[in-house]
Design a protein around this ligand. Structure first.
Ligand code: HEM
Length: 481
């Protein structure tokens, strides 16, 4: 009897994932370093693809293999489809919520549905084709005008994705008038840094808020949300003005204002819901797309054969017509492989966005309990030698006869995440990235100033950027139209 009881107890003992050695109070925080995706990969090589770490008091599961990623994002998607609340823990006064960081529940479900069905459906994305084409053409013409003076592609891509996003969302009339785009970019950057930085409240729930107050974290967070709030309110008020002329093309705010009531006339969306959605569009779309474009150009400049192949493909397809159109894109197979290979090596959200476990389950045989935060190292997974040959090398041809795609069905390549919380803006993001890059590669040839070597160092924020801005010397191949 005694033996049986002992045996039973052993069987009930939870099987925790391995944990790297911790320090008192801070736990594993000191092991993150300046590039957490690198440090976490090194630790995973030692402790395994499913590790439990402690950042302050927060137990955090680190997933670093495609197999474990499949369990979290597919098998147990429903257990892991909430996120730790970003702002819920802080005492703030703005009146809207960013739904990407909203916990799973009815509010998130409603907002997600609006995103997927109304805002980022392929029909809606296509309806903004004219915006992308005009903005890309403007940028190509301005580069042609200044060529062969050196240009900062990092700034150019950020400004392109920002202009497209602002126009799609706010409508043309807001550019350069009443609306300070430079200020807006500044606020977006500040926001990205805020979201990337770890607040003390997150890790030390009972005393952390004192640290946050003392370090000014809360004040800065509050300040940037209030700035956004002001900008959104201004644009919404202008859209609601009864004297406003009906626009030729609806923008996202028109769409959202039209959805305020459901078929029974009841409120479906409040103004504060709309502001939350706008926040997601700006924070989710501008930086991720611009960063991807920078990495594509950096990899191509580093590998001239790939640059030659991709430019030949585009130029052979387009001829001398002066621009690449969205309808040309399906013929650009090698170009698409170049973008895919770049997203493999440089997924902008290296650790995706944090998830949180809602219900006990076993991942890779380990017990995972509710409230455990989950970080998925997409960067490490897509550079793993288990799934990729020469994983550190830029080889677009690896996708030649491969069905592997980045839309969330192949767990060795997850730049957009997967499952219920996977990126809903994928079509919007890819349409901008592809049209912008294809036109740039078509219209110009590129060299680095002073024929220096390209520096590929990274810097981590909520997305991982190229540390040194990409400055190139363009020469014109064709006059852009
Ligand atoms: C290259 C471009 C982009 C990349 C690489 C990217 C990547 C991601 C990733 C990794 C996630 C988290 C997925 C997960 O947890 O499984 C995400 C979520 C999200 N993305 Fe994107 N994204 C891009 C473009 C966009 C665009 C253009 C928009 C909107 C216009 C957008 C809106 C969102 C939103 C709203 C979420 C949160 C979804 C939720 O929590 O339900 N993204 N994105």
């Amino acid at each position: 009897m005694l033996v049986l009881k002992k045996w039973n107890n052993q069987d009930d003992k939870p099987n925790h994932p391995p944990t790297p050695p911790k320090l008192p109070i801070i736990g594993n925080l000191h092991q993150l370093g300046s590039l957490p995706h690198h440090s976490l990969r090194n630790l995973a090589n030692k402790y395994g693809p499913v590790m439990l770490m402690h950042f302050g008091r927060k137990p955090t599961l680190i997933i670093s293999s495609a197999e474990a990623a499949r369990e979290v994002l597919k098998t147990y998607d429903l257990n892991f489809c909430t996120r730790p609340s970003l702002v819920g823990t802080k005492r703030l006064s703005y009146d809207f919520r960013d739904f990407a960081f909203t916990p799973y529940g009815d509010y998130w479900k409603d907002m997600r549905k609006i995103c997927v069905v109304e805002l980022f459906s392929s029909t809606r994305v296509q309806s903004f084709e004219f915006v992308r084409s005009e903005e890309v053409s403007d940028i190509m013409k301005s580069i042609a005008k200044s060529a062969p003076s050196p240009i900062n592609l990092t700034e150019i891509f950020f400004s392109l994705t920002n202009n497209i996003t602002s126009r799609v969302t706010f409508g043309k009339s807001y550019r350069g008038r009443n609306f300070d785009v430079a200020k807006f970019i500044e606020v977006v950057y500040e926001a990205m840094n805020m979201l990337a930085s770890f607040s003390a409240t997150d890790f030390f729930p009972y005393v952390g808020w004192i640290i946050d107050v003392l370090t000014g974290f809360n004040t800065r967070l509050e300040k940037f949300f209030n700035e956004f709030d002001g900008l959104y309110q201004q644009v919404i008020d202008e859209h609601l003005d009864p004297d406003r002329k009906k626009p030729e093309h609806e923008d996202i705010i028109d769409v959202l204002l039209g959805l305020r009531r459901n078929e029974n006339g009841n409120t479906r969306l409040t103004i504060s819901h709309i502001k939350g959605l706008l926040m997601n569009i700006f924070l989710g779309g501008i930086d991720t797309s611009a960063v991807t474009m920078v990495w594509v150009m950096a990899e191509l400049i580093k590998k001239p054969e790939a640059m030659k192949n991709v430019q030949e493909e585009i130029r052979n397809c387009v001829g001398k017509k002066g621009k690449v159109e969205p309808s040309d894109m399906n013929q650009l197979q090698y170009f698409r492989m170049v973008v895919k290979e770049t997203l493999r090596l440089h997924p902008p959200g290296v650790l995706l966005l944090p998830r949180e476990c809602m219900k006990h389950c076993k991942i890779n045989g380990y017990d995972i309990y509710p409230k455990t935060r989950v970080l998925l190292n997409a960067w490490a997974i897509s550079r793993s030698s288990e799934h990729w040959e020469n994983p550190e090398e830029f080889i677009p041809e690896r996708f030649m006869d491969s069905s592997i795609d980045f839309r969330g069905q192949n767990f060795e390549l997850l730049p957009f995440g997967s499952g219920r919380r996977g990126c809903p803006g994928i079509n919007m993001g890819m349409a901008t990235i592809e049209l912008g890059l294809a036109n740039l590669l078509y219209c110009f040839n590129f060299e680095l100033p002073n024929k220096q070597d390209i520096n590929m160092d990274e810097v981590a924020s909520i997305t991982v950027h190229k540390k040194i801005p990409l400055v190139v010397v363009p020469t014109k191949y064709v006059e852009p139209i």
